[in-house]
Design a protein around this ligand. Structure first.
Ligand SMILES: [Zn+2]
Length: 203
């Protein structure tokens, strides 16, 4: 392996390939739209490697990943602007020592269920086990960072009404598992509302 190859497999000392693969999975499974959502990895010593603003998660390359410090500033001025949700990602890392990766997604069923409920209570065994009760927060754009980070001290994922979810993981695949599990639970909640038990047979 050449030194160029070594360089190409890490940015800011972090292996970025997982971000590319998980971004693709999020898009292909409908958890984000073509230009929606964002991802990051925590950097050693503070800060993050985060997707650029307006990046396409299904088609990420190394050039779409921006190293930032703990204050949200870019290492290199020539890099693109980091995600508009950068402050939320950094607040999660600052408040949850176990968080090594963060996913912000706009999964359709999860956002839809948030419209009607104050919290999402998974009806299925997996959701109960991995997620528990997921609160739905009412937050203005730009004011999410501290309330979301506070909520994620005690749980893995939180939903923001009319917007989407923020989830953390011990790695990016773990954050995908949590995001995907909540969407499955939300689909089941929706389907429970549109399916009806058949009437009992005549005596
Ligand atoms: Zn968003």
């Amino acid at each position: 392996m050449t030194s160029d190859a070594d360089h190409n497999e890490s940015v800011a000392g972090l292996d970025w390939r997982g971000l590319i693969e998980v971004g693709r999975d999020l898009y292909l499974t409908g958890l984000v739209t073509s230009h929606g959502g964002n991802l990051s990895l925590e950097r050693f010593g503070g800060g993050a490697l985060i997707t650029r603003t307006g990046g396409m998660l299904g088609h990420l390359s190394e050039a779409d990943l921006v190293p930032i410090n703990g204050g949200g500033q870019r290492d290199r001025r020539e890099d693109p602007e980091p995600s508009s949700n950068t402050a939320v990602h950094l607040a999660i890392y600052a408040n949850q020592p176990e968080a090594k990766a963060v996913i912000h997604a706009h999964a359709v069923y999860t956002v839809a269920v948030c419209e009607r409920w104050e919290a999402i209570d998974p009806p299925n065994v997996e959701g109960k086990r991995f997620l528990g009760r997921v609160p739905v927060l009412d937050l203005q754009v730009g004011e999410e960072a501290l309330p979301v980070a506070e909520a994620l001290r005690e749980r893995r994922i939180v939903a923001v009404r009319g917007h989407g979810t923020f989830a953390w993981g011990t790695d990016i695949w773990d954050a995908l598992r949590v995001t995907s599990a909540l969407e499955e639970s939300s689909q089941l909640i929706h389907l429970r509302g549109v399916t009806t038990r058949p009437p009992p047979p005549p005596a």
